[in-house]
Write a protein that binds this ligand. Structure first.
Ligand SMILES: [Zn+2]
Length: 334
């Protein structure tokens, strides 16, 4: 059941220093050019960096801009340079406790540098095994590479972020063999619906499929992409997201995309530049929770509901109204 309320906030693209507000979950799909980097900060101020983009200097600037006070965990979805390079300054600056990875050593100097940096920082390696990690009150579920995957992309580590009814999913640069295996492993109800979803592999042709998206059921897709020679994002990927009814954001056009999630799971999305294609979704929302059916029962307030012995009122029941459901969790007058 989708409970998120999507609001579009147009903000100016000024690189002012800004800290994640307290008491809410913040996800930032950072504008790192061609690459991936997602900064997740819990309501308690604990942070995770899932991938770091292709540039050390850029990540250093972003971590400073967003006034990240500490990092508990860094995650490499896989060992490609456009995902791990920025993890190096992140580890140097914050000495996180853990470095979660797919257990498949990279063959590049950048990978070696990251491993050496982590050792020097006392950061402990953690191989993705399907763990559930608590980031304060936020639950992180690790989707490990399924058995039999042979290369870096198909061994991407996925991360499902849950806070109240809110869900976000990122799966690095996975390809069809990996998502097909995950579909066998995880029931569709485990995967979706997802409020915010990172497009696989910068919108490559061999990433997202209709079958996978039918399970994930994303409301908003963020494509982390910059100038590139690969044709990312491809028209095929964009068509898939449109067919899934998702609003589309692109870090090359929208800059950093920030998601702010209130306790309970209500969320807002804001882009540093522009509004993505969310407007089309607002006109024809495919999976927004339907309003309660019209009913002759109306309660002016929760006192009246309790007096009638009807508390809590569930969404869909006669007399339920969003006005009585302050945290928007589908249970009014709890
Ligand atoms: Zn990549």
């Amino acid at each position: 059941m989708r409970r998120g309320l999507v609001l579009l906030l147009l903000s100016v693209g000024v690189a002012a220093a800004q800290r994640a507000p307290a008491g809410v979950l913040t996800l930032r799909f950072l504008d790192v050019g061609q690459g991936d980097a997602v900064l997740i900060t819990s309501p308690e101020g604990k942070s995770v960096l899932y991938d770091g983009g292709r540039s050390e200097a850029r990540m250093q600037a972003l971590l400073t801009q967003y006034r990240v006070p500490s990092l508990d965990l860094v995650v490499a979805s896989h060992a490609d340079a456009d995902h791990i390079t920025g993890l190096i300054p992140a580890v140097q600056m914050f000495r996180p406790r853990f470095f979660l990875n797919n257990g498949l050593a990279g063959t590049t100097q950048i990978w070696q540098k990251l491993v050496t940096t982590a050792k020097q920082a006392g950061t402990q390696g953690l191989i993705a095994k399907g763990q559930t990690l608590n980031l304060g009150s936020v639950r992180l579920t690790v989707l490990p590479p399924p058995p039999g995957m042979k290369d870096q992309n198909t061994s991407s580590v996925g991360l499902l972020v849950q806070y109240g009814s809110f869900r976000a999913l990122m799966t690095g640069d996975s390809e069809t063999p990996e998502t097909t295996a995950w579909l066998r492993q995880y029931p569709a109800a485990t995967l979706g619906p997802v409020d915010v979803y990172k497009s696989i592999h910068h919108g490559a042709r061999n990433g997202d499929t209709a079958r996978w998206l039918a399970a994930v059921r994303p409301a908003n897709v963020v494509i982390s992409v910059g100038l590139n020679n690969y044709g990312h994002p491809t028209a095929e990927a964009i068509t898939l997201y449109k067919k899934a009814g998702a609003a589309i954001y692109r870090t090359d056009l929208n800059g950093t995309v920030t998601v702010t999630v209130q306790p309970g799971g209500t969320y807002t999305l804001s882009a540093a530049k522009g509004t993505g294609t969310a407007a089309t979704r607002t006109q024809a929302p495919p999976r927004v929770t339907p309003p309660a059916p019209a009913s002759s029962v109306r309660y002016p307030n929760c006192a009246a509901v309790r007096a009638a012995g009807r508390a809590p009122l569930l969404r869909g029941q006669p007399g339920y109204s969003p006005n009585l459901d302050r945290d928007g969790d589908g249970r009014a007058c709890e």
